[in-house]
Design a protein around this ligand. Structure first.
Ligand SMILES: Nc1nc2c(ncn2[C@@H]2O[C@H](COP(=O)(O)OP(=O)(O)OP(=O)(O)O)[C@@H](O)[C@H]2O)c(=O)[nH]1
Ligand SMILES: [Mg+2]
Length: 307
């Protein structure tokens, strides 16, 4: 090791050892390379660093290519992914919620890649993604599971639901997936389902929103759609032009706590800047109430912007 390496070099090297991901490692190595003095004594070291950067970059590119192939582009008002153990009925639930077929069979690991579909909820569309079992060994699983707004944990009510939930939670933890979740207890038409439902309600009713459904009979499917909508923490806001009727088609979808300014900005960023006040129908004290820019909107409010 040649002498006279500045302290910043050792700091970057320390960081290189501590960080976990390839992009972070590449960054630290690039810094080390930039700091290292250029002379004959450091030729070998610099070549070594360059080789390490090249190898990590190649690996990272490959990972990104695989990830992009399986990543589902978000569409609609929110994205929810179905997760669970093999054969619990994820694809069947996906099909009944979206009204489109997915591969269903009585053997495990039927679904092998993400399949997106749209679920209609009242006047909006929510994207659902059917997924392979969370216990699968696909290298892209962790990356893909980081993208949705919500996870729908599906359990089979004809089997022990708590051990299924535990296994799914352990797996998600291992994949470092922390997401908002709701639980769908499926196969409520089978014997034993009632006992499982009671158990789930008692043990997890306070931790997760729960819905008990049967993909086969269609029981509870509509309620499950409403729970998915609620769990996304979004609101719909309709627009109205002065003197006109509200436009109920294609509402703006905003997150909970959004203000009149957020709504204006979702239509056009100039609107947010120029906004003076708004008139509100819905959650206002009375119809057509004048509200300020920071007024917090509620689901299904109708707003007339004044700029
Ligand atoms: N009785 C009953 N059977 C169901 C229900 N939903 C799914 N099944 C059956 O359970 C089996 C598995 O269904 P899938 O929808 O393929 O399950 P999956 O979780 O997608 O399975 P993988 O993709 O392999 O993980 C099939 O035989 C389905 O017919 C239900 O509500 N009631
Ligand atoms: Mg499936």
């Amino acid at each position: 090791m040649p002498a006279n390496l500045p302290p910043q070099y050792h700091e970057a090297e320390q960081r290189y050892r501590l960080v976990k991901t390839s992009p972070e490692k590449i960054l630290a190595l690039t810094e080390m390379l930039a700091i290292m003095p250029k002379h004959k004594g450091t030729d070998k070291l610099r070549a070594g660093l360059r080789a390490k950067i090249a190898r990590l970059s190649q690996e990272e590119e490959k990972r990104a290519r695989v990830f992009n192939r399986y990543l589902v582009r978000k569409e609609g008002a929110g994205q929810a992914m179905l997760v669970g153990l093999p054969n619990v009925g994820k694809s069947s639930v996906f099909s009944s919620l979206c009204g489109v077929p997915s591969r269903v069979s009585d053997y495990p690991f039927t679904t092998i890649s993400p399949l997106p579909g749209m679920m209609k909820f009242e006047d909006i569309q929510i994207q659902l993604v059917d997924m392979p079992p969370v216990t699968g060994d696909q290298p892209w699983l962790s990356d893909v599971l980081h993208s949705p707004d919500l996870l729908l944990i599906v359990v089979d009510l004809s089997l022990d639901p708590l051990s299924q939930l535990e296994e799914v939670e352990q797996r998600l933890q291992k994949l470092r997936v922390e997401k908002k979740k709701i639980m769908l207890g499926n196969k409520s038409d089978l014997p034993g389902a009632e006992i499982s439902s009671g158990l789930l309600q008692k043990k997890c009713g306070e931790d997760f929103p729960l819905a008990f459904i049967s993909a086969h009979s269609g029981r509870g499917i509509k309620e499950a759609g409403a729970k998915i909508y609620q769990a996304l923490s979004i609101i719909r806001v309709y627009t109205k032009v002065p003197g006109g009727k509200p436009e109920f088609r294609d509402p703006a979808v905003l997150s909970y706590g959004s203000t009149v300014t957020d709504f204006a900005g979702s239509i056009h960023k100039d609107f947010a800047q120029k906004l003076k006040y708004a008139l509100l129908w819905g959650s206002g004290k009375y119809d057509g109430q004048r509200v300020g820019k920071d007024h917090i909107l509620k689901d299904q409010d109708i707003v007339e912007l004044h700029i």
